[in-house]
Design a protein around this ligand. Structure first.
Ligand code: NAD
Length: 356
């Protein structure tokens, strides 16, 4: 019996998580697994219902669960709040920090059948298969922030801090991941300008001596942004700091057709957290239009990483592929001659394929 904390959150979060749960329940049936789901408030919904974006009870539930599944949080309704009370700052970042989730794994895989959904040319994107290893609890998002009055206005400061040990643990994970793939790591930094990046680069070079079978290439983040779109097939594993990873993975989602396809696993602590890469998509929330495949692929990562059920995980991924091959699509990945489906229809199709 696996105890799963379910945090649907805001916007499309609840809609896409319902489909992910549906798929997990089908998996339970097929592979004789048992999941116990406990739902808890987080984000804007938690602000409205409990007065805080990350209630203590929610955190406690996550700590005692075997894994956490998160939908998405945030939205215009809470944008007027002071920065430190907004859902992203008051829930998402502390949740990651308090669960010790220092690494976010984001596979960027282009399914052959979605090649035309990508705005980029077939010859560029075909064969894209990248694993992003993003540092998640350090860097600019967690360093000290300050705002002071000065003559003529204000002065705002964000601080980008990394320590050797923080870089070593994410670097090791990247090298270990590459060993199971094509043995190539691109480390993305801005070492020509940033001191934290110089420490990052020196540490990665030192670590590489422990992984001589893995090739290490350094790339500046501005070049990486261009290379990702120009020649994505050159990459295998990309390791980078928190903010660069945040931006580059959204950009990389374009390679796969839509951000609605990108799953992620946040690991490093006792309990791992699984969530789609996208946000709460307020523009389409509540309309049964959102693509649930990123959420469904996130629970597939959960089965693989947290519960060691590679077979169940493979089965979900194959079911997703079959659904796409049969031409079922949400609006974000719609192509000519395909059939447009709602969020829940896509979930039903994945379940059908899984149980077939
Ligand atoms: P977003 O990812 O929510 O949306 C960007 C665009 O992608 C929108 O057009 C949206 O409709 C589309 N999109 C996203 N997910 C989709 C899906 N599953 N299916 C189809 N289309 C999808 O990013 P944003 O608009 O910059 O942010 C909206 C809110 O989400 C903000 O409050 C932001 O802070 C928050 N956010 C939360 C997370 C998180 O919870 N992990 C991550 C990013 C942004």
């Amino acid at each position: 019996m696996y105890n799963i904390a379910l945090l649907p959150g805001d916007g499309i979060g609840p809609e896409i998580l319902s489909e992910a749960v549906k798929v997990l329940q089908a998996c339970a049936k097929k592979f004789s697994l048992a999941f116990e789901f406990s739902e808890a408030p987080v984000g804007g919904f938690a602000i409205d219902s409990c007065g805080h974006a990350l209630p203590e009870e929610t955190l406690e539930l996550c700590r005692k669960s075997d894994a956490v599944i998160l939908g998405a949080i945030g939205g215009p309704k809470w944008d007027h709040l002071p920065a430190e009370q907004r859902p992203e700052a008051a829930a998402l970042l502390p949740l990651r920090k308090k669960l010790g989730l220092f690494a976010n794994l984001r596979p960027v895989i282009l399914y052959e059948t979605l090649i035309k959904a990508s705005p980029l040319k077939r010859e560029i994107v075909q064969g894209t298969d990248i694993l992003f290893v993003r540092e998640l609890t350090g860097g600019l998002y967690f360093g000290e922030k300050k705002r002071v009055e000065i003559a003529g206005g204000e002065k705002a400061t964000d601080t980008l801090i990394y320590t050797t040990s923080e870089i070593e643990r994410i670097g090791r994970l990247a090298f270990e991941s590459a060993r199971k793939r094509k043995k190539l790591v691109h480390s993305i930094d801005k070492a020509n300008v940033l001191e934290s990046s110089r420490l990052w680069r020196e540490t990665m070079n030192r670590l590489q001596k422990e992984y001589v079978d893995v090739k290490l290439i350094h790339m500046y983040v501005d070049n990486a942004a261009m290379q990702l779109i120009n020649h994505p097939r050159q990459f295998d594993v990309i390791v980078t700091e928190n903010m660069f990873g945040d931006i580059l993975t959204d950009q990389a989602s374009v390679l796969t057709g839509s951000i609605g396809m990108l799953a992620s696993a946040s690991i490093g602590g006792k309990v791992a957290l699984y969530e789609p890469v996208h946000g709460s998509a307020p523009d389409i929330a509540g309309q049964n239009k959102a693509n649930p495949l990123a959420a469904i692929l996130s629970v597939s990562l959960m089965l693989r990483y947290s519960f060691n059920h590679a077979k169940a995980s493979d089965t979900i991924e194959t079911a997703v592929l079959r659904v796409l091959e049969k031409g079922y699509r949400t609006a974000d990945i719609m192509q000519r001659e395909c059939r447009i489906c709602s969020t829940s229809e896509i979930g039903n199709h994945v379940v059908e394929e899984l149980l077939a």
